[in-house]
Design a protein around this ligand. Structure first.
Ligand code: NAI
Ligand code: 13P
Length: 335
């Protein structure tokens, strides 16, 4: 039986632990809190992040990472992106020599603008053949109740991608492989910023044309950045690109969209943050994404306006007016 460690027991980590167990693995889920671990072991539920969903018996929980990592063939990482480097510095020495690292995360590191697979390679000291990324339209709560969905497993190693694909193929989750790690990670990180903007539009009362225009132009700026970084254009037409943008921008389950909606209704960043119990990755990722884009001479006007709303106090309606007043040009331009 395949052995997997999932760190940690937040929303997506808990649901992905269920996916792996339903696909036949023995899973150890690392919780930060003993109460959560006890509840998973005793009652098979994670009341803090996934109330009402029973986890399979093959999911066991611990608060001790070394217990989970000791014999894990798959090390699945689901922490907020800003915490990954410091977490892995602790965890990587406990990981066995042949284990594959699987990133579920959709964010960029502040200051370095590194993608999560880059942070894994640096801190764990492993080559790209031992890293895979899972991304796609995968709202945790829907996967938890087994609504059918598809996802992408990206790795530069086809063998690793296939290994992770077979580890997470269930009757309700259909994983496709993709060799384009850069494109899959960028799709996941940028869509969170665009979902913040989608929420703002919702909060201001705008309709479907506004949302669809945002999704299409958000995809355009994702693709420009991707092209500059050598990503495959077709990745953005797939699950980790358009698929995830549509899911996240359209769903009230999205934390990023909900965060944006509150800003659109007039709340301040501090007020929204005070209510936020789970991570909304776009809030921290928009700056490193912009820094990356600026360094490459790529224009990301929507991401820039989201940053202005978040960190410069620009009212969302002014951000919309600004975007609408730019001199209109051709629909596609490389930069
Ligand atoms: N929830 C979802 O629907 C999906 C989430 N993701 C991505 O998965 C990643 C994790 O998201 P969620 O599990 O949803 O987040 P969450 O907010 O529900 O859970 C975060 C987990 O990380 C732990 N944590 C929080 N701060 C930490 C720190 N400073 N150091 C170490 N651990 C810390 C928490 O205890 C919790 O176990 C994010 O990058 C997110 O974008 C990807 C696909 C779907
Ligand atoms: O990545 C997700 C769906 O694919 C989850 O989005 P949120 O983090 O906005 O909830």
């Amino acid at each position: 039986m395949r052995r997997a460690a999932v760190l940690t027991a937040g929303s997506w980590g808990t649901v992905f632990a269920k996916v792996l167990a339903d696909a036949g693995a023995r899973v150890t889920l690392v919780a930060r809190d003993r109460e959560v671990a006890d509840s998973i072991n005793g009652r098979h539920v994670n009341p803090r992040y996934l109330d009402g969903v029973r986890l399979p018996d093959q999911v066991r929980a611990t608060v001790r990472p070394e217990q989970a990592l000791r014999d894990a063939e798959l090390v699945v990482l689901a922490v907020p992106s800003h915490a990954l480097r410091s977490c892995l510095l602790d965890w990587a020495p406990m990981v066995g020599p042949g284990a594959v690292y699987v990133s579920l995360m959709k964010g960029m590191e502040a200051v370095t603008s590194h993608r999560m697979s880059e942070v894994i390679a640096q801190t764990a000291g492993v080559g790209p053949d031992r890293i895979a990324v899972v991304s796609g339209p995968n709202l945790a709560r829907e996967i938890a109740v087994e609504h059918p969905a598809a996802t992408v497993v990206a790795s530069s190693s086809a063998a690793t991608a296939h290994q992770v694909q077979s580890a997470c193929w269930t009757p309700y989750l259909r994983p496709y492989t993709n060799g384009d790690v850069v494109g899959c990670e960028l799709g996941g990180a940028v869509k969170n910023v665009i979902a913040l903007a989608a929420g703002m539009l919702e909060g201001m009362g705008f309709g479907t044309n506004s949302q669809a225009s945002l999704i299409a132009r958000g995809l355009a700026e994702t693709m420009r950045l991707g092209a500059a970084l050598g990503a495959e254009p077709m990745t953005f037409a797939g699950l980790a690109g358009l698929g995830d943008l549509v899911a996240t921008c359209g769903s009230p389950l999205s934390r990023n969209r909900t965060f944006g909606e509150r800003l659109g209704r007039g709340m301040t960043l501090e007020q929204v943050l005070a209510q936020q119990l789970q991570v909304a990755e776009g809030v921290r990722s928009c700056r490193p994404l912009l820094a990356l884009a600026e360094g490459l001479g790529v224009s990301m006007p929507i991401t820039r306006q989201v940053e202005r709303v978040l960190y410069e106090g620009l009212p969302p309606l002014e951000a919309v007016k600004d975007l609408m007043s730019h001199e209109p040009g051709p629909e596609y331009r490389p930069r």
